[in-house]
Design a protein. Structure first.
Ligand SMILES: NC(=O)c1ccc[n+]([C@@H]2O[C@H](COP(=O)([O-])OP(=O)(O)OC[C@H]3O[C@@H](n4cnc5c(N)ncnc54)[C@H](O)[C@@H]3O)[C@@H](O)[C@H]2O)c1
Length: 342
């Protein structure tokens, strides 16, 4: 049986622990200390209970899965695991330290993955003595329901490592999509580009943001418009990703300073209340100056760039947007639809 070590039992680590335990793997979960590891295990068990309550998981399977998750004290307790997945906060220095320790602890035959949303797998590999066995496995939140996993090879990642990572994602019941390393990978790059352009198009004029969101949903394959989506993701998280993408690709990710003042004011979207979608009585009525058309044109342009750069195949880009962002069809296949949006 596969033993999987998970480092970091927060939002993503707990979800991945749950998924692995339900898939029949033995899970050893560690965090910054033993208490937090126990909290991470509790979080994983709570995910199982919620899914049982919703009728998505059998109670007996949840019990069996709970018995397969052990909270351990630290990375030292992961020696002997077959696979280690790191899910500590998105901070390069912290992740580099953690990967150096994982690398010293587990044998060179162990597959090591990082669940980074956008940091360089190559840079993390450089913090270790065996970068060939490190791979990016970008799960989507919540990992218990989202099927997509972006599989990212760093410059030194071995072909065998990628093959093992793909097999692991499949064993976890996920659909892996292979992505060449680039800031934002596929899904975040397409979505954040489209969102930033939509925010730019809506800046400086009274725009009914609810109407703009509706026009996006009615006019193309996306399940949610850019304003509601920003509020759902959390504007602090979105702004951090977007500013990294501006640094990497320049002004096509600029948002006409839409997010910064909201983040500074602590209006982060659903988790705090307040955000991009205003209270009902604050929204100007009527005006939707082509935001939906801008949104889909930007998504299509970014998807074409990704394909042109060879980051992923056109079919995989569309599959990633379908499974990772809930688009009915991907931007490349749906490209002609954008012409129908007014
Ligand atoms: N939340 C999301 O929607 C999402 C989606 C995809 C990827 N990610 C990525 O997953 C990673 C984790 O994100 P998250 O949202 O789960 O964060 P989180 O803050 O919920 O969890 C991080 C966990 O790591 C623990 N931790 C901190 N330092 C540690 C250390 N030195 N050793 C062991 N554990 C340590 C924390 O105590 C915490 O439990 C990040 O790289 C993030 O970018 C997040």
């Amino acid at each position: 049986m596969t033993t999987i070590g998970i480092v970091g039992g927060g939002t993503m680590g707990a979800e991945i622990a749950h998924v692995a335990a339900v898939a029949g793997m033995d899970v050893r979960l560690c965090d910054a200390d033993a208490d937090r590891a126990r909290q991470g295990r509790d979080r994983a068990l709570a995910i199982a209970s919620r899914r049982v309550a919703k009728g998505r998981l059998d109670a007996a399977d949840a019990d069996a899965a709970a018995g397969r998750i052990t909270a351990v004290t630290g990375i030292a307790d992961l020696a002997g695991a077959d696979v280690v997945i790191e899910a500590v906060p998105e901070d390069l220095a912290l992740k580099a330290r953690v990967h150096a320790e994982i690398d010293r602890t587990v044998g060179p035959e162990v597959l090591v993955a990082t669940n980074t949303s956008g940091l360089s797998v190559t840079a993390l590999g450089n913090a270790t003595a065996t970068p060939s066995r490190l791979v990016g496995l970008h799960f989507f939140n919540p990992a218990s329901t989202m099927r997509l996993v972006e599989v990212i090879a760093g410059a030194a990642t071995a072909e065998e490592t990628i093959a093992r990572a793909i097999a692991l994602a499949e064993a976890l019941g996920k659909t892996p999509v292979r992505v060449r390393e680039c800031p934002g990978f596929v899904v975040n790059r397409v979505l954040v580009r489209a969102m930033a352009e939509a925010y730019r198009a809506a800046a400086g004029a009274p725009v009914d943001r609810r109407a703009a969101d509706r026009a996006v949903v009615e006019g193309g394959p996306a399940p949610m418009g850019p304003f509601a989506l920003g509020d759902l993701v959390g504007l602090d998280v979105l702004e951090s990703i977007r500013s990294d993408l501006v640094a990497a690709y320049g002004d096509r990710f600029a948002d006409a300073d839409t997010l910064t003042p909201l983040v500074a004011a602590g209006r982060l979207g659903r988790k705090t209340g307040g955000g991009l979608v205003p209270d009902r009585d604050e929204d100007p009525t009527g005006a939707e100056p082509g935001v939906a058309a801008v949104y889909y044109a930007a998504a299509l342009d970014e998807a074409r760039r990704l394909a042109g750069e060879g980051v992923a195949s056109p079919a995989d880009i569309d599959l990633a947007m379908h499974l990772g962002a809930g688009w009915e069809s991907g931007p490349l296949a749906a490209g002609s639809l954008s012409a129908n949006v007014t």
